[in-house]
Ligand binder design. Structure first.
Ligand code: G3H
Ligand code: 13P
Ligand code: ZN
Length: 359
């Protein structure tokens, strides 16, 4: 099976009321573990590479790795997505390297630190969307800035995050502006800000509505019922993985992530793509630490990597099942990028009926 576009996959998810986890990938072992989980439960997959992942593995390695995963799992549709593209060059070079989808994150300037103006965001997202759609690739835009409603900060370990203190206006996507943004940019999916942030240290307590604003998602979905919403910073930072790391010599301070049941609620309110990286890192690192502690004489990397892959596989399987992704891969007939391009050109994939709904 060929790679699938994000637009086709999320259209299928919306028609069938499920969400799709988007797992970050940097290396072969992550790819193998995610795909084994997907095959076990017949789930379509979104693999995403950050700019950091692209420079870590290299575009050529990533492209061939993903192609190998496609060949190994011909029955599983795989979307290859650029996570947090910072400008046109990042997004268009990803497409040139075989990605079927890109995120143009214009909520921040290209330095990925300075909050951008609304006009800048609309302009750059619209330009990337026009170029991507011309070759059939999909685009995720972002409106609102990720960061903590408790501290007003983006979070220290944030791979791409605003510096300084952010106001609640910046940290919560405005539903009316979201309507305008989607209709002016033509993006296929919209990442929203609702109090989540990247990394392990999202909340100092189990989040309630004050610090995890699920009501913002509800309000956006009300105005944009046909737009595919994306939740970033959606690792749950499970207690069992914090405990695994800390029982094996780690020193992670107690922290809280996004409870899986809140994500399930989000999926019922139009969230179709759920970004997860930190949980995957914790799963693998927890096992690295455990092997190192249990067997200090061990020096074969495979003895570390096999349990790490198993821990990651179990996590991915759980998310595929709980998000309702499981069981849908076989029903999807992949549409080629050329055909997607023709559909965009012919207006058959015009963006979401944002304007109509708003009127
Ligand atoms: O965007 C955030 C992801 O966790 C990617 O992180 O840039 O360290 O690969 P990274
Ligand atoms: P986490 O750090 O919560 O896994 O978020 C990942 C993410 O949003 C990648 O874009
Ligand atoms: Zn993100």
């Amino acid at each position: 099976m060929a790679l699938i576009t994000l637009r086709q996959l999320l259209d299928h998810a919306a028609e069938n009321d499920y969400g799709v986890p988007a797992f970050n990938i940097n290396n072969m072992e992550q790819g193998l573990a995610i795909m084994t989980a997907a095959r076990k439960c017949d789930a379509p997959v979104i693999l995403q590479a950050s700019r950091g992942a692209r420079s870590y593995a290299g575009d050529i390695m990533l492209r061939h790795m993903v192609q190998a995963l496609v060949e190994m799992h011909p029955d599983i549709p795989i979307c290859m997505h650029q996570d947090h593209g910072n400008n046109e060059a990042t997004c268009l070079s990803a497409i040139r390297h075989g990605f079927t989808s890109v995120m143009m994150d214009g909520s921040l300037l290209a330095d990925m630190k300075t909050p951008a103006s609304y006009d800048y965001n609309v302009d750059i997202t619209r330009r990337v969307t026009e170029a991507a759609h011309a070759v059939g690739a999909s685009v995720e835009g972002e409106l609102g800035i990720l960061g903590s409603l408790e501290t007003g900060e983006a979070g220290e370990e944030d791979g791409s995050g605003a510096v300084g203190k952010l106001s609640h206006d910046q940290l919560l996507t405005d539903p009316d502006q979201a309507v305008d943004f989607v209709s002016r940019t033509g993006c296929d999916a919209l990442a929203i800000a609702c109090g989540t942030s990247h990394g392990a240290y999202k909340f100092t307590r189990k989040p309630d509505g004050e610090i995890l604003a699920m009501s913002t998602i509800a309000a956006i979905h009300e105005k944009l019922p046909d737009t595919h919403l994306v939740m970033h910073g959606s690792s749950s930072v499970p207690q069992y993985l914090q405990d695994l790391i800390n029982a094996s010599g780690g020193a992670m301070p107690q922290t809280y992530g996004v409870p899986v049941e809140e994500i399930e609620r989000g999926i019922r309110m139009g969230v179709r793509k759920v970004n997860i990286d930190t949980d995957c890192r914790m799963a693998m690192t927890g096992q690295f630490r455990k092997v190192a502690q249990d067997d200090p004489a061990q020096f074969d990397p495979r003895k570390f990597l096999v349990p790490a892959m198993q821990e990651l596989e179990a996590l991915c399987l759980d998310r595929f099942q709980r998000f309702g992704t499981a069981g849908h891969a076989a029903a999807i007939k992949v549409i080629s990028m050329d055909e997607m391009a023709a559909r965009y050109l012919g207006g058959a994939l015009s963006p979401v009926n944002a304007a109509a709904k708003a009127a």
